[in-house]
Write a protein that binds this ligand. Sequence first.
Ligand code: FEO
Length: 408
Amino acid sequence: MHIKPVVDDIYRLSVNIEDTNYLFEGIWPIPHGISINGYLIKAEKNVLIDLTQDIFSFPQEFVQQMGGVALDIEDIDILVVNHMEPDHSGWLREFCKRNSKAVIYCTKKAVPLLNAFAGVPAERAIAISDGMILEVGDYQLQFFDTPNIHWPETMMTYERKRKILFSCDAFGSYGSIDENAIFDDQVSSEKHAFFEQEALRYYANIVATFSPFVLKGLEKLSGLEVKVICPSHGIIWRENPAVIINHYQRYAEYCKGPAEREVTVVWSSMYGNTKQVLNLVIETLRKRDIPVHVFQVPGDEIGYILASAWKSAGLIFGMPTYEYKMFPPMAHVIDELQVKKVTNKKVFRFGSYGWSGGAQKDFENKTEKSGWDKLGYYEWQGAPTDQDKAAIQQELHTYCDALIEFTS
Ligand code: FEO
């Protein structure tokens, strides 16, 4: 990958994690990779905004890219640390060993993390105040506290003259970047749709828990004119930054509900008795013109389920009883949805049991504080009869009526 100009003497440095076995944050599969971007301003004092993770040969790649504008580590005078999560700060320890002069600008909350993660003493840092402006030659950098987008110490940097927002995790997405298509106006319409979808999955996996803070952050930044968004993951938005800003506004507002008039169906089956009504569920929803997204567990990956569930106003779980409880892989999904604060949903459950029930009671207990409106459930012993199927259909129509009203 080569260094790429953004505007004037502002450049993008970037690497892609392309190892398909790699789990982002140690949890999330990235079958299409992810980019980690930093930004370099070549001025009378050279500024580097965010670093890279210290894996593979990423630090060496950043250095090599900096060489493309005749700069080396020792030439950096100012290091802006928008966020201390190690995907952006992993290289900090080695960077500071090789560059003893760079002044670090970060939030007050980030200062102790400099030492905790990278052994960098507080004396090297200047803790910004919200809205503070730093003049660097022809560049005016303004720092904004944006806590919990993604960690409590996170901030964003705004270049006032060119109206560029260096947003770190915000407005980012999964997906490796082709070095010949780094801007929104350089990617094909298919790739554009891909990055929008991967922005949703990234949001649901990484940021969704903090959605109330995203809404506050968007409100704080709403007074800024933003011509270019330079995130630390994904493409740069310069043709139409409003696209990703509006998506973020929408994603964040889903925490208050309702989300879209769609249903995410997550199902499990041990011997096929719960599965027997799956098609009936899907067909009934589709007959009511409700888009359905179907996931099986175990099998489908939780990161994808989260993205779908975040965007859907309705959730339907199909799972059997297993030893008086919910089928364990589904219990994990239910836990994860609540950890990520997937809330304000219309919910229905169906499932078979053998010698005894218990899944429904377990489900009720586990979701007591979920914020889900549990509209009903249907259970049967063994295989479903025609009467069971008719009863489920009846229940589902009632569910659809409530969902449609909820999303109207
Ligand atoms: Fe890309 Fe929260 O780090």
